[in-house]
Design a protein around this ligand. Structure first.
Ligand code: 2HG
Ligand code: ZN
Length: 466
């Protein structure tokens, strides 16, 4: 976008949104103009910092009138380019909207502004003797508004579900600048379309979340973590079935041997056990009594006998549990320096071994020179495939090569009736491939919905849909 147009958008906002904090400082444009994806260069016109819902509503009204493109920005931990502003857009940061508004002990709800960091919600819930169970590696910087806009998942979906299940109510400013209040914390509400669920996971293309009421749950029971060396993919799912049938699993995660190598290198971690295996599982189960631990050890013995596992360790304290989690939770960060190309795929849980087997074959033949790591949430069917960039290769060339293989990866995903994005969203990077998971009719209806909420196409334009 031309410098004149950028300047004119900034001037319009300065004139028509008095009191709105606006920054055009190079460092702020750079930091707030992108998320964790490294495949686009940030180039926003300005970054604005509304302080409340009214500021957001005024801003959107002006933007609608003047056709100013807005990109909502939370903790910017996204991995699909959903919060990238690379075309002169104005970034709307929620960094100044971090108030905890209300806690209701009877309803067990917490109402917060969109910019509250996920971990702050978790900590507040614990202080009140309750629990906010959505948890993932970037929870220390991601914001609730962003979690809702991407329907964030993470490691405990198996037990507690996705962010969607936690949202009791939402206040959203749509693309017309109107503040919509969706569901107001009601458990039952059979009064027509539940707009709340349209906004959840819409990646900021229908409205800007300004406030959310979240359902909290009982505090978690004491738990144990096991790290197991599994003999293969069938073995991994055999372990899942046995443990899931006998215990209350709160997480069932996996990583490949190469992911294990990188996480150990990156975080200087010791070998978790003597045995080396093609895959490792990190599982967590509720364990309030000693007899539950015995049950887990019995499951482990059965898996050994069945040839599904070779070795394993079990935590005996919270500190040990946290240490075991690092092998799984630390992978993404450990490989950041290798500019990984990420595919975030999902199939039904029962389909994981067959799908992963087919994918692994495809990837080995199509990426003979690249290192490919696997890890993810095997217990809910979500696989993270990370292709590492060879050191000497330019980022553009690397992205092009991965882009050429994507159609084959996604065709295979379609054959296994899966999705091209499990939890990271479509954003910019996966937009060209949406039709591998959604039908033409689906996409046409999505466009229709977009036109209703955002008739001027000013909210995160070019993300998810063209
Ligand atoms: C995880 O599960 C995150 O660790 C990041 O969703 C996944 O790095 C990735 O591809
Ligand atoms: Zn994940």
């Amino acid at each position: 976008m031309s410098t004149e147009k950028k300047t004119s958008w900034t001037e319009v906002l300065k004139t028509h949104c008095p009191g709105l904090e606006i920054s055009t400082e190079a460092a702020v444009l750079e930091s707030h103009g992108c998320d964790w994806t490294r495949f686009r260069k940030p180039d926003p016109s300005a970054v604005v910092f509304p302080r409340n819902a009214e500021d957001v509503s005024n801003l959107v009204k002006v933007a609608q009138e003047r056709r100013i493109a807005l990109v909502p920005s939370g903790g910017r931990t996204g991995l699909s380019g959903g919060a990238v502003a690379d075309a002169g857009e104005v970034v709307v940061s929620f960094d100044r909207m971090r108030r905890i508004i209300d806690f209701n002990a009877v309803d067990r709800t917490l109402t917060v502004e969109a910019g509250v960091v996920t971990q702050a919600v978790q900590e507040y819930a614990l202080q009140k003797g309750l629990y906010y169970p959505v948890s993932f590696a970037s929870e220390g910087s991601s914001q609730i508004g962003g979690n809702i806009s991407t329907n964030a998942g993470g490691i405990r979906v198996l037990r507690y579900g996705l962010t969607r299940e936690r949202v009791a109510g939402l206040k959203v400013v749509d693309g017309r600048g109107e503040l919509l209040e969706c569901n107001a914390g009601l458990v039952k509400n059979a009064s027509g379309y539940d707009l709340r669920h349209l906004f959840i996971g819409s990646e900021g293309t229908l409205g800007l979340v300004v406030e959310a009421t979240l359902w909290l749950v009982d505090p978690p029971k004491p738990s144990r973590v096991m790290l197991l060396a599994v003999t293969g993919l069938e073995g991994m799912m055999d372990v899942f079935r046995r443990f899931n049938d006998s215990l209350v699993l709160t997480a069932f995660e996996f990583l490949s041997d190469s992911a294990m190598r990188y996480v150990r290198q990156g975080h200087d971690l010791p070998a978790p056990m003597d045995t080396e295996s093609p895959f490792y599982v990190v599982l967590e189960f509720e364990c309030a009594e000693a007899v539950t631990e015995d049950l887990a050890l019995q499951c482990f013995e059965q898996c050994l006998e069945a040839g599904s596992v070779d070795d394993g360790v079990i935590s005996q304290s919270e500190a040990q549990a946290a240490d075991l989690w690092r092998y799984r939770e630390g992978v993404s960060e450990a490989i950041t320096a290798f500019t990984p190309y990420k595919n975030d795929l999902s199939v039904r849980v029962s389909e994981v071994p067959a799908y992963l087997q087919d994918l692994d074959q495809l990837v080995k033949s199509r990426y003979p020179d690249f290192e490919v790591l696997w890890y993810g949430h095997a217990g809910d069917g979500n696989l993270h495939m990370n292709i590492l960039k060879p050191g000497a290769m330019a980022v553009e060339e690397f992205e092009q090569i991965c882009g050429r293989v994507n159609p084959e990866v996604f065709s295979l995903t379609r054959v296994h009736r899966g999705s091209i994005s499990a939890e990271h969203g479509i954003g910019l990077l996966k937009k060209p491939y949406l039709s591998y998971t959604r039908t033409e009719a689906d996409i046409a209806r999505m466009r229709g919905i977009k036109a209703v909420f955002d008739p001027m196409n000013i909210l995160n334009p070019g993300k998810l849909l063209d």
